[in-house]
Design a protein around this ligand. Structure first.
Ligand SMILES: [Zn+2]
Length: 1109
């Protein structure tokens, strides 16, 4: 490990949080909201200072308490039926294995590293620490402190790039401005780094330049603009794709109706074979209809897709236009020009330049926010920030018939406790005193900006159910001439999209104010855990890490109590009461009916018991250093933690550090049931299902107690992540996996993850309810949680990284006038034991024209939903069925657009809605992901692991996970804070003379081309030539030159943006590790048989044509 540079950081309180803790409510205030009106609020979540109760208007005493518990009352019957009582819904997913290989094992498809042998099980024995108690008395052991983890700033994501590129998304008006055929409409060529060329310098290029007459459908200029004025380009028309048999692919390679088309041409071939194919500016549509100079639109014309392709100067083959399409046979083997199809990079860069400069104000209903890849500031003016809620559609179809017709899922991704950047105010806390939050009498929706006050302010009408509720005297306020309450802007709940209410005792379990939560550290001390160095590393780290437990606001110390357990086949509890001179161990060897052998002294305040705890942490590695015990239990470990929390009457989190399949005789014992032969069979789903119902039942109990389980796995072989991860999944916990863990190599990543996990903002014993206005309702939920009915999302805990995807369905008609309102309420216990409600509100538009829907969609969110739907689907269906379903639904979405919103045109044209032009490329990434289309190199556990991770990802995470970010390091500007503009994920975009950084949120690579200039290699790697670069390094050398500094800073910033620490891997061109790297070049054909982007686009086009015919 290369830690020197990082040592300092943990010694300084809160260094990692970049001032979030200090963030006073006075900074960054929403305009119009006087800060003094709100209770003292010192930061996000943790920031509330419990002692100072707000005075003033927000604080009013007296009044009736809520008539019912908040989130559990409404009696809605929904169609929701996904989660049977506690049935498992998730599984696991993976990825670590990949990360790990580089270092200790060559990653070779089909050859699994077999490090397990290194730790060959020793003779089994049942020896029980002969001198347990005695050992505890040993003191003064010193250990070499493992290096502290790298400092990591968990600061807000930053993103950069001002691109000058631009297709100013001008409205349709521009259609008429260029009556002449457009020649060579330039599209920027993303990978070249050159600014896109502009055909008409000085004039805006209409986004839809390549579309064929949208006017015929009435989608002319102004109508194309979303009502909100968001400059989203209207429709986009694609270039005729060569998808039809006669175009792109030889029919023989394109089995009808079957995806994946195992096309056998390599991406590289695309370069040469592009004659005849449409090329269009990546950003927009493609096709031109030469023969259709219709309706005042600029006639498109042949060849208009030719574009500037700097990397391929010779490319000039003009597209021959639509005529050659279905009707005229085109020469076989024509290839689509990859530069002519929609480019993710172009879309991302365009959005940055168009929308990254102005703050996004949420005052307008149905406004589509900037993309997650754009760095923008949010101003809450009555709707929740997109950091909390993002929707796939911001303009919902008014009727269920329309919704069925278009097949666009109405879905929102909600991240209730999302971390905000330092320059955005965290949600204010509103305290209504003993009466608690103001709510609708009928549906129990919380007071929000959508409620209409009537009768002079004496009553309000609910925006969700229309019921009229009397305003309690203490909450009364006069209305102004517009009908608005005079105090509207003084109250967060009347003027903001997101805020919190202090909950009263009525919102607490058993009507009792909760105790502060507890953290219990449960450490596997079997042979493998000791041998790998895990136990030593962990115990050493905990001594300092415990100083960083989450604190409330400016509280001096954390209210969270801690406890310790170690285990192998039996459990060891520790009494670390402050009055003891030495910790005491109590062994529970009868694990069939788990109990906690001590109450007093198990859960303690860290500061009071510090000496005893430190002594314990020093002794644990020594006590077990010579262990020969290889068997472990797992179920009883969770049970023990659960029982301890029950006994202490509190919620909390178990941190379980576990290394092996629990084979020891005990409840929850597992067997090795891994069977790769099941892949691609109808039985494949079994691999994702838990092998016993034991953990389902245990999860249910944990949720009831508010016991969240975080699982850190250190396996050397199959451990059945699908089963072990179940409780973690259902309790809102996090899972981490460090395959073939060795402290020396992987310690850095583990400790960084652990630090972040322990410190992050978290709410316990939570219930989330999503209410909607009449006409739609939430019918399905995806994420890490438990549901015992159809409406309440139960979370033993919810942290700032977890997102929940919600699907809505119609149950009535919606109206364009009223729109649709969503209110998400999360009731939770803060880290100090305070009961709170976090409220997020969002209002959407509704439409009677499908074109409006297609104009206000967000593909990134749509993909987030599709992934989660698919990853749940593998529990009950063969992966092929799941893939086919995804393709079908996507094809229907695009076909419906084509049929209803695009102008009539040749069937040979692929026409995509502007907002969804990346749907095919992103969908393809999902389809060929390791869960849905595994290669031989991926383990069953890793698939289960990935699956579980993705289930709680937000939109930004799924976006980069499925389409990684690939940055040309050799083009970075050392004088700028910006990153170089990313390039598309394809091998053909890589230059042999370049160095590239690739990251997807879990993996981080630096790829070095073999012709890279020596001075660049020298300045980054401190060696003279390509051949001397050590690909085993996991950290870049700290060199004092601008290049080295800039690159290391980029790596640090990227890591800081992601919830998990990414270990750096160096990949040299043509090295064996390159195969792993290429796995992430998502536009290329994959070795598993996953289609290239070009081929898949052709396939999608064919699917769409079939639907239309
Ligand atoms: Zn209501």
């Amino acid at each position: 490990m290369n830690q020197q540079g990082h040592m300092a950081s943990y010694g300084q309180p809160q260094s990692g949080y970049q001032g979030y803790q200090q963030f006073g409510y006075n900074s960054q205030h929403t305009a119009g909201v006087p800060t003094s009106q709100y209770g003292p609020y010192n930061g996000p979540v943790q920031g509330y200072q419990p002692t100072a109760v707000p005075q003033g208007p927000l604080r009013t005493a007296a009044g009736a308490p809520p008539t019912s518990l908040p989130l559990s009352t409404a009696a809605q019957s929904t169609a929701y039926n996904q989660y049977g009582q506690g049935d498992v819904q998730n599984g696991p997913a993976m990825s670590d294995q990949l990360q790990r290989f580089p270092v200790s094992q060559p990653y070779m498809p089909g050859s699994h590293p077999m490090p397990y042998q290194q730790y060959a099980p020793l003779p089994n024995n049942t020896q029980q620490l002969p001198n347990q108690m005695a050992a505890m008395q040993i003191s003064g052991s010193t250990s070499n402190a493992p290096p502290p983890p790298a400092s990591q700033s968990y600061g807000p994501p930053t993103s950069h790039h001002q691109t000058t590129t631009s297709f100013p998304l001008t409205g349709p008006a521009s259609y008429t401005q260029y009556p002449t055929p457009l020649q060579n409409i330039p599209s920027s060529v993303p990978q070249s780094g050159n600014p896109p060329q502009h055909p008409f310098p000085g004039q805006p290029v209409p986004v839809s330049t390549f579309t064929s007459s949208p006017t015929s459908t009435g989608l002319t200029g102004s109508t194309l603009l979303p009502p909100s004025g968001v400059p989203r380009p209207p429709v986009m028309h694609g270039p005729p794709l060569s998808g039809q048999p006669q175009a792109g692919l030889p029919p023989s390679q394109h089995p009808t109706g079957h995806y994946p088309p195992q096309l056998n041409h390599r991406p590289a071939g695309l370069q040469s074979g592009m004659p005849g194919v449409v090329t269009g500016p990546p950003a927009q549509g493609f096709q031109a209809h030469p023969s259709q100079p219709s309706q005042g639109l600029a006639p498109q014309q042949n060849g208009s897709f030719g574009q500037v392709r700097s990397p391929q100067p010779n490319f000039a083959a003009p597209y021959t236009g639509a005529p050659s399409y279905p009707s005229q046979p085109q020469p076989q083997q024509k290839r689509l020009d990859p530069d002519s199809i929609p480019s993710p990079i172009q879309v991302i860069e365009d959005d940055k330049s168009n929308r990254g400069t102005e703050p996004f104000s949420t005052g307008v209903r149905g406004q589509v926010p900037p993309l997650v890849t754009t760095d923008f500031v949010v101003k809450d003016q009555g709707n929740s920030s997109p950091r909390f809620i993002r929707c796939a559609a911001y303009n919902l179809p008014c009727t269920s018939d329309m919704a069925k017709q278009c097949q666009v899922p109405l879905t929102a991704v909600i991240k209730p406790l999302a971390t905000l950047p330092a320059d955005e105010a965290p949600p204010y806390i509103v305290d209504h005193g003993e009466t608690g939050p103001i709510r609708c009498n009928r549906c129990k929706a919380y007071m929000c900006p959508y409620m209409q006050f009537i009768e002079g302010g004496r009553k309000f009408q609910c925006a969700f159910c229309s019921c009229v509720t009397e305003v309690l005297p203490h909450y009364f306020q006069h209305l102004d001439h517009t009908g608005k309450r005079m105090d509207c802007y003084d109250r967060p709940e009347l003027s903001l999209g997101s805020y919190e209410f202090l909950a009263t005792v009525d919102y607490c379990k058993n009507n009792k104010i909760p105790n502060p939560p507890a953290f219990i550290f449960m450490i596997d001390v079997s042979y493998n855990a000791l041998k790998s160095g895990l136990v030593q590393l962990l115990c050493e780290e905990l001594k300092t890490l415990l100083d960083y437990l989450p604190r409330e606001g400016n509280a001096e110390e954390s209210a969270i109590r801690v406890g310790f357990v170690t285990y192998n086949k039996v459990l060891h509890f520790y009494n670390v009461k402050s009055s003891l001179a030495q910790p005491q161990m109590m062994v529970v060897s009868d694990i069939t009916d788990m109990f906690v052998p001590l109450l007093d002294g198990f859960l303690v305040n860290i500061n009071e018991s510090r000496a005893v705890i430190n002594s314990l942490l020093e002794q644990i590695p020594e006590m077990f250093a010579d262990t020969r015990e290889t068997e472990t239990v797992f179920g009883p470990v969770i049970q023990a933690g659960l029982e301890a929390l029950k006994a202490a009457e509190c919620a909390g989190k178990l941190f379980i550090f576990h290394s092996t399949l629990p084979l020891a005789e005990a409840p929850g014992k597992l067997k090795n049931r891994d069977d790769k032969k099941l892949i691609n069979t109808d039985k494949e789903k079994v691999l994702f299902q838990p092998q016993t119902s034991f953990y389902n039942n245990l999860a249910k109990e944990c949720v009831a107690q508010g016991c969240c389980v975080d699982l850190f796995l250190f396996p050397n072989q199959y451990v059945d992540v699908a089963t072990l991860g179940l409780v973690t999944y259902q309790t809102g916990g996090s899972i981490y996996k460090y395959t073939f863990f060795q402290a020396q190599v992987d310690g850095d990543r583990f400790l960084n993850d652990l630090h972040r996990d322990v410190r992050k903002v978290i709410g316990f014993d939570a219930v989330m309810r999503v209410r909607t206005s009449t006409g739609i309702r939430a019918t399905d939920f995806f994420g890490s949680f438990y549901m015992s009915n159809t409406t309440d999302v139960e979370l033993a805990a919810l942290d700032c990284d977890k997102a929940i995807t919600v699907e809505f369905k119609h149950d009535d008609k919606l109206s364009e006038d009223v729109g649709a309102q969503i209110q998400c309420a999360l009731l939770y216990t803060s880290c100090s034991g305070q009961r709170r409600l976090r409220i997020h509100n969002l209002s959407l538009n509704c439409c009677t024209q499908l074109a409006d829907l297609y104009r206000n969609c967000e593909t990134d969110t749509l993909i987030n939903y599709f992934v989660k739907l698919a990853y749940r689907g593998v529990l009950s269906n063969p992966t092929k069925t799941v893939r086919d379903n995804l393709i079908n639904q996507s094809a229907q979405i695009l076909a419906c657009y084509r049929k209803n919103c695009a102008s009539p045109s040749s069937a040979g044209q692929l026409i995509l809605p502007e907002c969804m032009k990346l749907l095919p490329v992103y969908l393809n990434c999902v389809l060929k992901s390791d869960v849905l289309q595994p290669g031989t190199e991926i383990s069953t556990d890793d698939r289960a692991y990935i699956r579980q991770l993705v289930t709680s990802m937000d939109v930004a995470e799924t976006n980069v996970f499925f389409y990684p970010r690939l940055l040309p390091v050799h083009k970075m500007d050392v004088d700028s804070d910006d990153f170089p503009v990313a390039i598309r994920c394809s091998e053909e975009r890589l230059s042999k003379g370049g160095i590239y950084l690739l990251e997807n949120g879990l993996n981080l690579f630096i790829w070095v081309g073999m012709n890279t200039q020596h001075d660049l290699i020298q300045s980054i790697f401190n060696v003279q030539s390509f051949g001397q670069i050590d690909s085993a390094m996991t950290a870049l050398p700290m060199l004092d030159n601008p290049c080295s500094k800039k690159l290391r800073s980029m790596v640090d910033m990227i890591r800081a943006q992601r919830p998990r620490f990414m270990k750096l891997m160096i990949v040299k061109q043509d090295d064996k590790m390159e195969l792993l790297f290429k796995h992430f070049l998502m536009e290329d054909k994959s070795v598993n048989g996953g289609a290239s982007y070009v081929d898949f686009l052709c396939h999608m086009h064919k699917e769409i044509r079939q639907l239309l015919s």
